[in-house]
Design a protein around this ligand. Sequence first.
Ligand code: S3P
Length: 179
Amino acid sequence: MQSDRRIVNLALIGFMGTGKTSVGRHVAEHLGFEFLDTDELIQSHTGRTIADIFAKDGEPAFRELERKVVQELSTREKTLISTGGGLPTNEENLEALKSFALVICLWASPEKIWERVKNQSHRPLLHDADPQKKIRELLAAREPFYKQADVLINTDLRSVREAAQQVTLQYKLATRQKR
Ligand code: S3P
């Protein structure tokens, strides 16, 4: 690991529906960390929903809000940061996250993702004529970014509790190695 890294937080990256929020909440509770979600931060800063920002201002404006939120998080400690699925596609965000957090990617197959998100309606990118195809395409395009995480955890066959245990273990190992 790079020596200029300060691993004092945990960041979860990964596609929509991989369990970042549910797993993240478990891990935060277990480690005594504060839980923060970049989508929630954007919504509270702007007073608007993510869907409204996408619809009225477009995706690039949303990505800029994400970038600003990541910069704001750099002074934090003992925080579990759950990130929006597209956030790590900006290399600057990944680099910033790595400077102050262990970055763990939660992975899942397109089939599993679809199973988990199909009854939810709040994600503008999945408002598509063929959402399953959209998931496959986006996941393939984003894979190179997700794979830059420090650790990749497949959640296909893991319960939220099991995935949370893995994340916690990896954080403990990474921080012990540093000392
Ligand atoms: C997005 C994922 C969403 C949210 C926005 C865009 C994406 O977050 O940031 O709808 O580009 O994958 P979740 O991954 O928490 O659903």
